[in-house]
Design a protein. Structure first.
Length: 132
């Protein structure tokens, strides 16, 4: 958000009214989290599974089924090393980008949450997401 909307945020032309993420952006301390605005447990679950969790894995890195385990481990190690690399972090900071990845285990949990919805809640989620 900082990179894409920086000028609008700085000028006041863009005013965020809600954050649909698990952790609030530090630079937006007065902008509430959507999940905190939900009035019922059902609404919180719909926001969590339908919007908040899906934003966490909007840009995943994945490998095809059957990728040899040693390659998966090698790529995993290289990816995490990159995320800690000072040169990479300096470039991200220069571009005003936040680096806050989730782990593969967290990704699996977020995806699995979708499959824990009961039929009624799933129907409501589909209705909310696919209204035309």
């Amino acid at each position: 958000m900082r990179a894409t909307w920086r000028k609008g945020l700085e000028s006041g032309e863009v005013i965020p009214v809600v954050q649909i993420v698990a952790k609030a952006f530090p630079e937006l301390p007065n902008v509430p989290l959507a999940i905190n605005l939900a009035k019922t447990d059902e609404a919180r679950k719909l926001i969590l599974v339908g919007v908040q969790n899906s934003s966490a894995f909007a840009r995943p890195f994945a490998l095809p089924p059957g990728t040899p385990r040693d390659r998966v481990e090698m790529l995993h190690k290289a990816f995490h090393a990159t995320l800690k690399d000072p040169a990479f972090l300096a470039e991200a900071q220069k571009a005003n980008l936040s680096i806050d990845p989730i782990t593969g285990d967290e990704m699996n949990r977020l995806v699995a949450d979708v499959f824990t919805l009961d039929a009624g809640l799933l129907a409501k989620l589909k209705d909310a997401l696919y209204q035309q």
